[in-house]
Design a protein around this ligand. Sequence first.
Ligand code: 8OZ
Length: 368
Amino acid sequence: MTTTLFDPIRFGDLRAANRIVMAPLTRDRAGPGQVPTPLMAVYYEQRASAGLIVSEATQVCATGQGYLDTPGIYSPEQVAGWRRICDAVHGRGGTIVLQLWHVGRISHVSLQPGGVAPVSSTARRANAKTFTAQGFTEVSAPRALERSELPGVVADYARAARNAIEAGFDGVEVHSANGYLLEQFLRDSVNDRTDEYGGSIENRVRLPVEVIQAVSAEIGAGRTGVRISPVTPANDAAQDSNAQALFNHYIERLAPLKLAFVHVIEGATGGARDIAPFDYEALRRTFKRDHEHGAWIVNNGYTRALAIEAVASGRADLVAFGKPFISNPDLVERLRLDAPLNPLVQATLYGGGAAGYTDYPTLAAAAG
Ligand code: 8OZ
């Protein structure tokens, strides 16, 4: 029988009631101290029918922050805030993992402890903007991390993963996409280091692999996933000179860890799927080679028809939806019924309160 988008699945130590994933979505609604709020618990609980929720990107340490009002997972208050969210989602039978994030150079001095420069693989500034208390602002020039500081970065991720489990998350997704810190090490268009963390592909994957190994060792590979975006131009991470070779090698290094999942953004994040030719299937084959039970999650611009085809053909195990989940808390039900979707309101995406966050109607509410 053909596998459908609505069939359950087990992968690693995780289980999902269907193959529909809520993609990580930055909404900038954390409270003081970067603590998740009760309103955020309402928002996630409303979306708990997703087979898997990947939380919004969450900084692993204070220097990992690059946007106003994004949540953290490094203080006891943040852990307590997230616990409320995990309890709410689990109360509805959902599964939720936390996305572990360090923005690297995609930040602004006004968001950094002590107002100092953000850190990166490089001291070169990105041609990118971020959202600060002053509105959209050019990112600040970074400082290149010293070789001796890198074990501390790895430790920050491991501690954050332990905090996530303590908060009640089912696992974590390491954010290794979209031009943030780990991709600032991966790509030769950004990484200009001359130590063993720069130069060759083997050297550039070193920090991301160390981070993912440390997280797996801390909480178990069966609760650990990774998100990649091999060809995205997001956040001035210009194409690597050989993206295919880079990501082939990266997945070769990750495959023996037997992670729960790999989550791949195909094409330009939030944009064209066909921005550059890339053989995603080669990565999937490598990941699955000795680990059939690891899940391959695909994302970016999937329609209902494309998602059904991706799962039925075996090209993907699960499909992540971003924007449709913002405006449709009951997206799973709508996809099942092939019902129309609520349109997205752009103005309320980032920051603010309940408007455009927890007030999108379900089908039932719209009918009532
Ligand atoms: C949109 C706005 C701010 C951050 C990403 C975490 O692109 C993000 C992000 C998206 O991965």
